[in-house]
Each structure stands twice: as structure tokens, then as C-alpha cells.
Design a protein around this ligand. Structure first.
Ligand code: IPE
Ligand code: IPE
Ligand code: MG
Length: 237
């Protein structure tokens, strides 16, 4: 097999849980449950491959539009996932981090998130980033607001605002931009995910539904990524 040059940061829009369930005549939540098994699988493969950052889109700012019962079920699933995965995170030295605004999440879930983040803070292996109630536009607006407040206080001059300053106010502060972005289920859009951070990311779209996405599919995506030439505006080699 060709030697894989594994990207440092892989981001995934995990889509297709609902369709997976529908095809099997199962309730949507069963699709999400199977999707959570894919998360475990992919985290394991990323640890094995020495990926440094894995960012997973788990709940968007737009997903509140779904039925209450589905939203509740997703929160419950998330809570269970955190409780069951902490041991594995410690074993594999995984650092857990959340991007997004979780202030509207149920208090017990918030408590769990904070606890897993703080307990895994010093781990030095894979950084697992979960995007929860995340939307790129609200993230960018929030950054602009914070910088405006700093300007009003006189802490920063408008001329001093550059990309590096702006980036510091994004949820992803300290996390490098994704090298590879994968979206499953055949949808070809970003759905408000990492708009700022993906300006030079390589995109990979697959028709595979998230619950069916495993090691083989991830390796396929990485293999295609390895064949790409990232030019960043320069002429072809
Ligand atoms: C992705 O699967 C999971 C979340 C958005 C939480 P979907 O639930 O969007 O699955 P489809 O798009 O309905 O198949
Ligand atoms: C994007 O999937 C959000 C997550 C995967 C969490 P959606 O299924 O919500 O996206 P749209 O609505 O099809 O764009
Ligand atoms: Mg979807």
C-alpha cells in the first residue's frame, strides 16, 4: 500500500443518520445511536494513525429546528457517550474539547462536558473536538462583538486587528485549520461549519451514510487527500 501522509487535522460533517435508519425502517434515533458507534470507530482509527486533531460536527445551531423528541434524544446520547468514553480517552491520552455555545444545553450535560474537558486537558494524544450548538456565522459575529468591546475599552486599536487577532476570538483558538474536511451522505454543502477555518481545506464528499463510515472509508478519504496538490495560490508544480 502507498504510504499515507496522514493529515494533522481531519474535520467531519457526520451526516446521514436519519436516512440510514429510514432505509432500515427504524426510528431516526436508532440512526444516531449507530452514528455514535461510528464516532468511536473513527476516533480509534485516528488514534492508530496518529491524527493530531479530529473535529466532529455533532449538533448545529440549526439543528434546534428538529422535533423536540429528536433533540432530547441527541442530548441523551451525547451524555451517555461522554460518560462511557472518558475511560477510553484517558487510556489513549485523548484531549477533549468542545466548540460552540453549550449554554442552552441541559445542566447535567454541560457539567459533564466541562468535567471531561478538564479531566483530559493535559492529555497529549489526539485532540477530539466536538462541535456542539456550533454555527460558523454566530461564531464569527461573536468574535466581532468581542473585538468591538476590546476596542471600546481601548484594549486594542482598530488598525491592530488582523487575522491572528480575529482567530483568537473564534471557538477554535489554538486549533490549527482542518487539512481535510469529509462530509458523508452525499450532501455537498458546509451547513454553517468552519467557514473561516476551511479557507484552504481539502474537501471530500462521499455518499456513504455516517453509520456505515468506518476505517476503510476513512483510509479512502485520506488516500485521495494524499493525491491532491495543495497550492495555496501558487502555480502548479
Ligand atoms: C446527522 O444525521 C446527525 C445530525 C445532524 C445530528 P442526520 O440526522 O442529519 O441524517 P439525515 O440527513 O436525516 O439522513
Ligand atoms: C449538518 O447536518 C449538521 C451536523 C452534521 C451536525 P444537517 O443534516 O443538519 O445539515 P443540512 O440541514 O442537511 O444542511
Ligand atoms: Mg442531515
Amino acid at each position: 500500500m502507498q504510504k499515507l501522509e496522514v493529515p494533522d487535522h481531519i474535520a467531519i460533517i457526520m451526516d446521514g443518520n436519519g436516512r440510514w435508519a429510514k432505509r432500515k425502517g427504524l426510528p431516526r434515533i436508532k440512526g444516531h445511536f449507530e452514528g455514535s458507534k461510528s464516532v468511536r470507530r473513527i476516533v480509534e482509527v485516528c488514534v492508530e494513525l496518529n491524527v493530531k486533531y479530529l473535529t466532529l460536527y455533532a449538533f448545529s445551531t440549526e439543528n434546534w429546528k428538529r422535533r423536540k423528541s429528536e433533540v432530547h434524544a441527541l442530548m441523551r446520547l451525547l451524555n451517555r457517550f461522554l460518560a462511557s468514553e472518558l475511560k477510553n480517552m484517558m487510556k489513549n491520552s485523548i484531549r477533549f474539547r468542545v466548540i460552540g455555545d453549550v449554554s442552552l444545553f441541559p445542566p447535567d450535560l454541560r457539567k459533564n462536558i466541562i468535567s471531561v474537558e478538564s479531566r483530559t486537558k493535559s492529555n497529549s494524544g489526539l485532540t477530539l473536538v466536538l462541535a456542539l450548538n456550533y454555527g460558523s456565522r454566530p461564531e464569527i459575529v461573536r468574535a466581532a462583538r468581542e473585538i468591538a468591546v476590546e476596542c471600546l475599552k481601548g484594549d486594542i486599536q482598530p488598525q491592530a486587528i488582523d487575522e491572528a487577532v480575529f482567530q483568537k476570538h473564534l471557538y477554535t483558538d489554538g486549533i490549527p485549520d482542518p487539512d481535510l474536511l469529509i462530509r458523508t451522505s452525499g450532501e455537498v454543502r458546509l451547513s454553517n461549519f468552519l467557514l473561516w477555518q476551511c479557507s484552504y481545506t481539502e474537501f471530500y464528499f462521499t455518499g456513504v451514510l455516517w453509520p456505515d463510515f468506518g476505517k476503510k472509508e476513512l483510509i479512502e478519504a485520506i488516500t485521495e487527500y494524499c493525491d491532491r496538490e495543495r497550492r495555496y495560490g501558487k502555480e502548479r508544480a
